[in-house]
Ligand binder design. Structure first.
Ligand SMILES: NC(=O)c1ccc[n+]([C@@H]2O[C@H](COP(=O)([O-])OP(=O)(O)OC[C@H]3O[C@@H](n4cnc5c(N)ncnc54)[C@H](OP(=O)(O)O)[C@@H]3O)[C@@H](O)[C@H]2O)c1
Length: 315
């Protein structure tokens, strides 16, 4: 089968389209024919070797990247109970060695859920990692409540476009921070208010929010805190090292909770997202689609940091 392989750490230039052996599913695994995958910033981080202490010191242990998949079940292992051959599924393989940039991948059934019936494979591939990050950030870490003032910093990206819609679906009044070219798009997906970050710094306006969900990490911890109401919550998925030191102090002094989050792939959360997608409360925003052979171009484009929604690989 065809796959995009990296044998050494580097850049998208080090990716090769190769023929590799088609995987055979273990007893608890499902073999999925991949119809679409999404590229994530994590793929670029892994490719660069930034995480080599866990992914292989000198060269990558797993040579096929790609966490988000949507596809059709081709075969099932003897212990698989949830899926049958022919089912349309989607999932996040980041806890299972990845392997999505390929024609087929074998994964434990717990990584998958049935694909929402009303969306395409390309749209389904957009969902798992970034939507679940937004969901866990807003609902679990952010403890969002109906009627709260919620600000999403980086609302036009992969995580942000889901965060805007999930925050609205969970009852928040949403302020989206984007640049001018994305104002119309975030209004279309439900933002109640929009701030153009090239014109206005939301941490300097005096306005305060119950919950700030951040995907960019471009302000100081003190600046983010300034924009939080008393007892407000700040959650970032763009790791801020200073939080480790300062968050306990801010919590003790001002009752403001500020946390770095790391999403955990979770079958229940995929099913939760299916509910929102099938109800039409969340619609994946797709910027561009590339073919598998052009995965390197997709990663380069994503790496520029200005994608509008998700970047998808089909076929
Ligand atoms: N912790 C976790 O579990 C977890 C999970 C998933 C992702 N992440 C991380 O979360 C971050 C966001 O991921 P992503 O997939 O959403 O990235 P992305 O799709 O590449 O985000 C790109 C978006 O960010 C916007 N942006 C850039 N600078 C901005 C600024 N100063 N203010 C507001 N918006 C700005 C861009 O808008 P413009 O073009 O208008 O600039 C663009 O739409 C990445 O660092 C990723 O590694 C973490």
């Amino acid at each position: 089968m065809k796959a995009i392989v990296f044998k050494k750490y580097g850049s998208p230039d080090d990716l090769q389209l190769m023929a590799v052996a088609k995987p055979t599913p273990e007893a608890d695994e499902v073999l999925v024919k991949v119809e679409a995958t999404a590229v994530n910033q994590a793929d670029n981080h892994l490719l660069s070797g930034m995480l080599r202490f866990s992914t292989g010191l000198l060269k990558p242990k797993q040579q096929i990247l790609g966490s988000d998949i949507a596809g059709r079940v081709e075969a099932v292992g003897s212990n698989v109970t949830q899926f049958q051959v022919g089912d349309a599924v989607f999932g996040d393989l980041s806890g299972y060695g990845r392997g999505g940039f390929a024609a087929y991948v074998a994964v434990p059934e717990s990584a998958l859920a049935l694909k929402p019936a009303n969306i395409s494979f390309a749209e389904a591939a957009a969902v798992p990692m970034t939507a679940v990050t937004a969901l866990q950030g807003l609902r679990d870490k952010g403890q969002i409540q109906p009627g709260q003032q919620v600000l999403i910093n980086g609302a036009s990206g992969g995580v942000g476009t889901f965060a805007v819609q999930i925050a609205r679906a969970l009852g928040g009044e949403v302020t989206a921070v984007v640049s001018a070219r994305n104002i119309e798009m975030v209004r279309t997906i439900g933002a109640n208010h929009v701030i153009d970050y090239t014109q206005e710094d939301f941490t300097q306006t005096g306005q305060q929010y119950d919950l700030i969900f951040d995907t960019v990490g471009n302000h100081s911890v003190r600046a983010y805190k300034r924009a939080l109401k008393a007892n407000g919550r700040f959650v970032t998925c763009a790791f801020l090292p200073a939080l480790l030191l300062l968050a306990p102090w801010f919590s003790w002094r001002e009752g403001k909770t500020m946390v770095n989050m790391m999403a955990k792939p979770n079958q229940n959360d995929l099913v939760f997202m299916t509910g929102l997608l099938e109800a039409g409360k969340v619609i994946p925003v797709i910027d561009r689609c590339y073919s598998l052979k052009d995965t390197a171009d997709a990663l380069r484009y994503l790496g520029e940091g200005h994608a509008r929604g998700k970047v998808i690989i089909t076929g």
